[in-house]
Design a protein around this ligand. Sequence first.
Ligand SMILES: NC(=O)c1ccc[n+]([C@@H]2O[C@H](COP(=O)([O-])OP(=O)(O)OC[C@H]3O[C@@H](n4cnc5c(N)ncnc54)[C@H](OP(=O)(O)O)[C@@H]3O)[C@@H](O)[C@H]2O)c1
Length: 338
Amino acid sequence: MKQIFITGHGGPEKLQLRESPDPTPGRGEIRIRVKASGINFADILARQGLYPDSPKSPCVVGYEVSGVVDAVGAGADASWTGKETLALTRFGGYSDVVVVPLRQVFEKPGSISHEQAAAIPVNYLTAWQLLVVMGALKPKETVLIHNAGGGVGLAGIDIARHVGATIFGTASSGKHAFLKQRGLHEAIDYRTKDWTVELNKLTRGKGVALITDPIGGNHWKKSYKALRSTGRLGMFGVSAATTSKLFGPLRMLPVALGMPFFHPIPLLNSNKSVFGVNLGHMWHEGEMVANWTQVLLEGVAEGWVRPHVDKTFPLARAGEAHAYIEERKNIGKVVLVT
Ligand SMILES: NC(=O)c1ccc[n+]([C@@H]2O[C@H](COP(=O)([O-])OP(=O)(O)OC[C@H]3O[C@@H](n4cnc5c(N)ncnc54)[C@H](OP(=O)(O)O)[C@@H]3O)[C@@H](O)[C@H]2O)c1
């Protein structure tokens, strides 16, 4: 099989193609001939040495694939052979063959391509946990989605639209027209303007009911302030760390120093709540995550889950795909194809 390894911490050149014998599925596992692998921002953080959950390098990252089952292990239902699937992988997704426990595998809806299927698991499950499960978003409520143009952001727009909420989003300005077509009500260019001022104008000083924030550090303080009473802040990433001018483990320092501390008394008196989401720490809740996945796959059939693939790159050119995302060029998902 062919795999893309992170060979050390650094730039996209640290991604290298290597070949090794095909793996054999063990008990309860199946083997998938991968057609498409989703790229997530966490993979970039792993390459840069900023992702604590990453295996030690050299390693193969990748949390999701779509492809065709070609072998099943002992105890796994043989009827899976030949089925088109999508799967969550606990790393190892940047490969043309993966072996996965059957509980992490789902049938691919026939109406979407393998590329689109690989764009569903991480983005939509994260957005579902943020907006619906923990954020409890309700019809007519207001939500602010930061990085609305990223993979999780676009998934969040689909879900908030399905709920019937009013959706505000921050994104680079070149993405605004597309995001509005997708259902974003108001787009804020957070790179040239102070988004807190813009949001204040849009909500006439009231703030919003829910904010999803993957930027981290001091940014979480601003988001917390921008909530109205009964508002919820969902924190789920620290992409601010990539902009740090420091080196090595010190790169996290500005983000760590800027982080808010939420004391119960001010929380109580302001009628606000804060919560964290890390899908990568939900493996022990497989049944719960599988149930969310089923809802989302029904959403594909119902038409409200609309995975958008911005660009595909051949597996061997994973480094170019990383650079494309780091240059903030992507709207929605970037996918590796075999
Ligand atoms: N906790 C979880 O379970 C979980 C799961 C998935 C993702 N995440 C986090 O959610 C965030 C978005 O992930 P994603 O996969 O949706 O991202 P993505 O599709 O790779 O989107 C990247 C976009 O984020 C924006 N961005 C913001 N800060 C950036 C930076 N420092 N460098 C480059 N781009 C930056 C850029 O768009 P604009 O300039 O237009 O804003 C860029 O196009 C990341 O922080 C990721 O770690 C967390």
